[in-house]
Design a protein around this ligand. Sequence first.
Ligand SMILES: Nc1ncnc2c1ncn2[C@@H]1O[C@H](COP(=O)(O)OP(=O)(O)OP(=O)(O)O)[C@@H](O)[C@H]1O
Length: 303
Amino acid sequence: MVAAVSIAQVHKYYGQLAALREVDFDIPPGSFFGLLGPNGAGKSTLINIMAGLVRASQGHVQIMGYDVQRQWRQARHTLGVVPQELVYDPFFTVSELLRLQSGYFGYGKKNEPWLEELIHILGLTDKAHTNLAHLSGGMKRRVLIAQALVHKPPVVVLDEPTAGVDVELRKMLWTFTQQLHQKGHTIVLTTHYLEEAEALCEQIAILNQGQLVALDSKTALLARYPYRLLRLNLTDSQVTVPDTLRDKIQSFTEGELILRLHREQDSISAVLDCLRNANIQFVDLHTQEPGLEEVFLSLTARR
Ligand SMILES: Nc1ncnc2c1ncn2[C@@H]1O[C@H](COP(=O)(O)OP(=O)(O)OP(=O)(O)O)[C@@H](O)[C@H]1O
């Protein structure tokens, strides 16, 4: 089966700076794929290479089997990218822009019902004849999504679609992308909201300083993490935690002590004995399984 996106030995240099180093992985067709990484990890560079906007210094990228450089026309037809920046042309209305974009892909009147449907499902009906310059940031974001979908691309890349949007629009975008996924589109999502990636993505790649540091299903990634958290609400917030527990402290604020315990090496009862021996009392405790945030931080922490 052809990969939705195939990234083969990609390097990208900006002068001396290696923005991507030996990045090599496939995004399976039909997956909901999270591309994560801290600021400057290389996510946008990789997306721009997929979109044919930036040329890889070495290596190849294919979208649905089409090379983004040699077969750029076909590759572009199979890909829709929702950019991170709110870039727009202030001279057009929403509906004019979508028609123009549709025409760029060679679609004529036959595509009108789909454009109407996009306007409707993205809640843009009232704004269809409004100039883009007069739309709010949230509305502009919806237009960018519609614009990326005019040609019904099988692969849809959303570069931080929920950055800076309100809760209502975020929920609407979640539902919308899930529906696209259910219809068979491959979704590639970058986001800094790890709870968002955890809720939506099945497969996850993590980039750090231009290199791939994790590639797995979300479930496997979470299961591989060897720690869990122990949360204790202490009666006294001023206590000194015993030395033997110091390196396990994840945080200690306002009487809530969170310890990071190794599943095999640390026993909860030994930790509690240690606290009791130090005369530290607590009113409540519970354990918590790690979330994507803990896994992400452990893989991307700068040494
Ligand atoms: N046109 C460019 N010229 C020079 N350096 C660049 C250029 N574009 C990106 N970089 C550098 O390449 C590295 C990767 O940047 P990139 O924007 O791909 O990261 P990112 O993971 O998308 O970050 P963010 O989460 O902040 O959007 C950074 O060090 C950045 O400064």
